[in-house]
Design a protein around this ligand. Structure first.
Ligand code: ZN
Length: 248
């Protein structure tokens, strides 16, 4: 069992001028390959919607179809059909854009996030791209918090190694983190509930609350108590991927 971290979308916002990647996790499980978030998909590069074009301009998202998860998997020697399950932190285009590249996969998501995508209410919920879901994904919904993971309310996912969906509502209405047992420790993809690079003091609290929701102070305290957990954010500096041997 192993967990690989792929950068499935590169971006350089105009301000601050950070160079960022979008970590997506490829997990070997007892159910085959599981992808946690997809980044942008091929259709985002080949025929993007107006909304995706707009955000690509604002966030300086690179035109690089080789970063699409499906292309990276192929280069790693996997058939795309080997991905039987996709877990999504939320349905924004930069996390779910690759869904149509894996039409066979069951797509695991919190029910509140699906409902937010169906009926967006806030400005940040406008970043859902209908083209990501036009093929009719096989949805698997979760709702009841039935477990505790290291003191956080969580939902156990049906995979080995142990994996949990951890509700972190705020960035979007149904946004969740995903915890994955990784050897002796844990990886916790907090996605867009954490500032870039999971560095808590990178942006002021009022801006965090506005864009990524209310969880930063709580996660800061929680992380201090759990040094065995590696936290990831939805967007990490490009040097993070370079350190891991990825060129982009
Ligand atoms: Zn987002």
């Amino acid at each position: 069992m192993s967990v690989s971290i792929l950068n499935c979308a590169a971006m350089s916002p105009w301000f601050p001028r950070w160079h960022l990647g979008t970590p997506c996790l490829l997990v070997e499980t007892d159910q085959g390959l599981v992808l946690v978030d997809t980044g942008l998909g091929l259709h985002d590069y080949e025929h993007p919607s107006w909304m995706v074009r707009f955000f690509c301009l604002i966030f300086g998202i690179a035109h690089d179809p080789e970063l699409a998860a499906v292309r990276q998997l192929t280069r790693l020697g996997y058939q795309p059909e080997a991905v039987q399950h996709i877990i999504l932190t939320h349905l924004h285009f930069d996390h779910a854009g690759g869904l149509p590249d894996f039409p066979q996969a069951q797509t695991h998501i919190h029910r509140r996030e699906y409902e937010a995508m169906q009926h967006p209410r806030t400005w940040i919920e406008l970043a859902y791209d209908r083209l990501d879901f036009a093929h009719g994904p096989h949805w698997v919904f979760y709702e009841q918090q039935t477990a505790q993971w290291l003191g956080l309310d969580a939902i156990r996912l049906p995979f080995t190694p142990e994996m949990y969906l951890v509700p972190l509502f705020g960035h979007t209405r149904g946004h969740c983190g995903v915890a994955i047992q990784d050897g002796e420790g844990w990886l916790f993809q907090c996605a867009d509930a954490l500032p870039t690079n999971a560095q808590f003091d990178l942006t002021p609290d009022w801006l965090n609350r506005l864009v990524i929701g209310p969880h930063v102070p709580r996660l800061r305290a929680w992380a201090a108590a759990h040094p065995e957990v590696r936290l990831l954010a939805g967007h990490m500096g490009s040097s993070f991927f370079a350190d891991k041997g990825f060129s982009k």
